[in-house]
Design a protein around this ligand. Structure first.
Ligand SMILES: [Zn+2]
Length: 594
């Protein structure tokens, strides 16, 4: 009893005297050199040797990017300014000898000159911070609340971020923000510059939009259309968990898509994207990233949070995270009124034919495509089309099949939305964790009142072509097979630097069987010099069994190849038009508008 009282008194005392804290300062004194200057202040750390690390990847983008290659001049000091010894122990780890200091300050600079949604950038026009590529962390203090002080360059007047301002902290010439823990800090990208900012309310949430770069956008139109997408997405779940949400949009020449965060997103688009069909593509991107605030940021595989920032975080469920999100980004465009039924179905059959018509779909199961995203999807090469299939499109097609199964099972009273609500309520709200592969499969089985293991074996862990008509005709949409064999050369060509080059070759194609290789230069055909359009004209006239003679240069060695045209049949499907004119309640329910 006495012993425990003493212990209690001691621990109470140590609690009072113990005030660990984390604070970062971010500066950009000379934006034209593309360096952010960072100071990380750690107070009352217990360890004598304090390890600090920089993540190697950015959550949501499954590639080890080795952010530490951009770090220079990592130094440390104590609160009085005395230098502390820093030893680098791994590619992304440094150890600071605390030497009794109460506070250690780690100073470093980060070269930021890669403008994408998952990397950081700084020049005279603006700065963009993707937190995991800029902010170091320490395991002992990773879960503490903290403060970020941003000191923008004098020419930058505006900061846009989902981080909450910290009004109590007075920072001269800077602005202070607070974060709940390190994950929260790096999940809030920061745009610093002179971007245009506007707000709109939708689904009871205040949305802030910061747009960098000129473009043909119309703010009033964006407010109206983005609000519609937000409302449609929120309706899927029946609730929106955020009070506020931030969009950072980069208008650039080479738009690269988006990256999701829990209450924000960064979108990178071509600056002239805001008209015609490209504008629909933009709204679909908004729908995709917004849907992620539920699917992957809250509904998630158990492997995706808390994140291990030091290495790959493997999951076989990206076909649900990215695939279902891709299914919904299209469905929301229909529900919000931007596609009509025919446009929607044309896009869906296009997605089905893209996936089933690709050789890689028969090689790589979608679960494996997810697991190997780190080394395959994010590192494509000339052979990728033969061996891989994107979990985005394939997962979207599987989501469409599951939606059809649910609609049939519940006779048009429930759809995939309701399944998403069930797993949101159970795993995010009730259990506060992600789910395993097995749990996801068993949740689907119980929701559909049938054992889904055979479905998973064939289509998730296997590479079978789904029997589309069996899945869609019960809800009123027949699917027929329309593929047929035809003479096919099987090589992709490109005209580069005046040379006709082979860029890709389909496995077991006429081109491969005849000995052609990627990176071969084709100089002549049947005794004559050819360019790309000449050769394509010749190939178009060839029938199965006919041959062509190609003059090739491979590594500057000239030789001839005789290639015999063979048949190739790419699986292809079409929806069967309803000629009776009668309407089907289940089909109407599936393709309903909000
Ligand atoms: Zn996505």
């Amino acid at each position: 009893m006495l012993k425990s009282t003493i212990l209690f008194a001691f621990s109470f005392f140590s609690l009072l005297s113990y005030s660990q804290s984390v604070r970062y300062e971010l500066r950009m004194t000379k934006p034209q050199n593309h360096y952010f200057e960072v100071s990380m202040h750690l107070k009352d750390v217990k360890a004598k040797k304090v390890e600090v690390k920089l993540p190697v990847w950015s959550p949501g983008s499954y590639l080890v990017r080795e952010f530490s290659r951009n770090l220079n001049q990592v130094k440390a000091r104590d609160e009085k300014g005395n230098a502390l010894q820093v030893t680098k122990t791994a590619k992304n780890k440094w150890v600071v000898d605390r030497n009794g200091a109460k506070e250690i300050i780690v100073d470093y600079e980060v070269y930021a000159f890669e403008l994408s949604v998952r990397t950081s950038f700084l020049d005279l026009t603006h700065g963009f911070v993707s937190g995991s590529s800029v902010f170091m962390y320490n395991e002992e203090t990773k879960n503490l609340k903290g403060e970020l002080q941003i000191f923008p360059h004098a020419s930058f007047k505006t900061i846009t971020t989902a981080l909450k301002p910290s009004p109590e902290a007075v920072v001269s010439e800077g602005k202070s923000y607070k974060f709940d823990h390190y994950d929260n800090l790096v999940d809030c990208p920061i745009e610093i510059g002179n971007q245009e900012v506007f707000t709109f309310n939708a689904a009871g949430v205040v949305h802030t939009v910061g747009i960098y770069g000129e473009g043909n956008y119309d703010v009033d139109r964006l407010k109206k259309d983005m609000a519609k997408i937000v409302e449609s997405a929120t309706k899927v779940f029946g609730q929106n968990p955020n009070k506020d949400y931030t969009f950072i949009i980069h208008n650039v020449v080479d738009g690269q898509g988006g990256l999701e965060h829990i209450n924000s997103t960064t979108l990178s688009v071509n600056r002239w994207t805001y008209e015609g069909s490209e504008y629909l593509g933009f709204l679909s991107l908004v729908a995709h990233e917004y849907f992620h605030l539920w699917n992957v940021k809250r509904i998630r595989p158990i492997e995706l949070g808390p994140f291990n920032y030091d290495e790959e975080n493997y999951t076989s469920l990206l076909w649900v995270m990215e695939g279902f999100t891709s299914y919904y980004d299209e469905l929301l465009m229909l529900r919000a009124g931007y596609y009509d039924e025919n446009q929607y179905l044309a896009r869906l059959i296009g997605s089905i034919n893209y996936v089933e018509g690709s050789v890689g779909t028969r090689v790589q199961p979608v679960a494996h495509a997810s697991f190997d995203a780190w080394v395959k999807a994010y590192r494509p090469d000339e052979n990728s089309a033969n061996t891989t299939m994107t979990y985005y499109s394939r997962g979207a097609n599987i989501a469409a099949i599951l939606d059809a199964l649910i609609i049939k099972e519940y006779e048009g009273k429930k759809c995939l939305d309701h399944f998403m609500q069930v797993i949101y309520a159970k795993y995010y709200e009730k259990l506060g964790r992600g789910f395993t592969e097995k749990e996801f499969e068993s949740e689907l089985s119980s929701f559909l009142h049938k054992d889904m293991s055979d479905f998973f074996k064939k289509y998730i862990y296997g590479t079978e072509i789904p029997t589309f008509n069996d899945f869609f005709s019960p809800i009123g949409l027949g699917v027929e097979y329309v593929g047929f064999p035809q003479a096919s050369f099987g090589a992709s060509l490109s005209q580069s630097g005046g040379k006709l080059m082979v860029s890709r070759i389909r496995s077991n194609s006429s081109a491969e069987n005849g000995g052609l290789s990627v990176r071969d230069e084709i100089i002549g055909c049947n005794g004559y010099r050819v360019n790309q359009s000449d050769l394509e004209k010749v190939l178009a006239t060839l029938e199965v069994g006919e041959t062509i003679n190609l003059l090739i240069s491979r590594d500057d060695k000239l030789f001839e190849l005789v290639i015999k045209m063979e048949n190739y049949e790419a699986p292809k499907f079409d929806f069967i038009p309803n000629k009776s004119g009668s309407t089907n309640d289940l089909l109407e329910y599936w393709l309903r508008k909000d």
